[in-house]
Design a protein around this ligand. Structure first.
Ligand code: CP
Ligand code: NVA
Length: 310
């Protein structure tokens, strides 16, 4: 039996696969322009298939975008929090994987620990999709890149500036910078840098990565500025973070230091007045709402790839 196509971390996928998924996402989105959101795509690549979703942490976008995505692909989904499952009472993730693999065609997990994601992928005989761990958020980055491409063309040769925590979302940008050929400038306090492993992966893949503690240096000439919350789910050092990230707010003055057509992205939920001002989030340079919608389109193509339709 062939190995399932897991979508756990972007650094595990080659550039051709990433570009094929992104291309499919653009085509699917264009093909259904103006359609009701519940209508099924003409090729229905998930017809007869079911996706199980398990959430160990809160979610709005990931939950609804995957559910809506499966419906648009002609399939269906089942959603549960981990506390509702025997997983929450100590059943192992491996046993859960074995049982769910006999009942559904793919499993999406939002996990408190990245190791849980890897254990699920190691034990499941159906594709496993990473819906966020403390170490990465691959679905978000595909939606972000799709959004940037729609506005500014291919990401190869572009400069993306990350301002804030070197967290899970930042890590997934590092995982594709080299493969897709964009420069990644990261401005963060020393204590909140990306992990050495993720920086090394980016450099090994030929990524052009600049690391600085100066937000103005990072955004200078950038095509896209990206921010995320200063306190992610599971972070406990709230006070220290608020102190450290104070100088990293993305406001209009910082956006003015970026390239003339620079756009702004944020995975959401945003903490208005902290990492980003209302004026930037709601302003003409913000693509955050388009990126949120693109979670559906990008994930439909991830699912289609998992099911072997790409
Ligand atoms: N951006 C994102 O993953 O949002 P949710 O936490 O609402 O799923
Ligand atoms: N970095 C954030 C992303 C939320 C979608 C978190 O992990 O909470």
């Amino acid at each position: 039996m062939s190995e399932p196509r897991h979508f756990v971390d972007l650094w595990r996928l080659d550039a051709a696969t990433l570009l094929a998924i992104l291309g499919d996402a653009h085509r699917r989105k264009a093909a259904r322009a103006g359609w009701p959101k519940g209508r099924v795509d003409a090729d229905a690549p998930a017809a007869g298939r079911t996706l199980a979703m398990i959430f160990e942490r809160n979610s709005t976008r990931t939950r609804f975008s995957f559910d809506a995505a499966m419906r648009q692909l002609g399939g269906s989904s089942l959603i549960s929090t981990s506390t509702d499952l025997q997983l929450g009472r100590g059943e192992t993730i491996e046993d859960t994987a074995r049982v769910l693999s006999s009942m559904v065609d793919a499993i999406m997990l939002r996990a408190e620990r990245h190791e849980t994601m890897e254990a699920l992928a190691g034990a499941a005989t159906v594709p496993v999709i990473n819906g966020l761990t403390p170490r990465s958020h691959p679905c978000q980055i595909l939606a972000d890149l799709m959004t940037l491409e729609a506005r500014r063309g291919p990401v190869a040769g572009k400069t993306i500036a990350w301002v804030g925590d070197g967290n899970n979302v930042c890590a997934s940008y590092l995982h594709v910078a080299g493969k897709l050929g964009f420069s990644l400038n990261i401005a963060c306090p020393d204590a909140y840098r990306p992990s050495p492993d993720d920086l090394a992966r980016a450099v090994e893949a030929g990524g052009r990565v600049m690391l600085t503690d100066d937000p103005r240096a990072a955004v200078a000439g950038a095509d896209c500025v990206v921010a995320d919350t200063w306190v992610s789910m599971g972070d406990v050092d709230h006070e220290a973070r608020m102190q450290a990230f104070g100088p990293y707010q993305v406001d209009e003055a910082l956006m003015d230091q970026a390239g003339p057509d620079a756009v702004f992205l944020h995975c959401l939920p945003a903490h208005r007045g902290e990492e980003v001002t209302d004026a930037v989030l709601d302003g003409p340079r913000s693509l955050v709402w388009a990126a949120a919608e693109n979670r559906i389109h990008a994930q439909k193509s991830v699912l289609a790839w998992c099911f072997g339709a790409i």
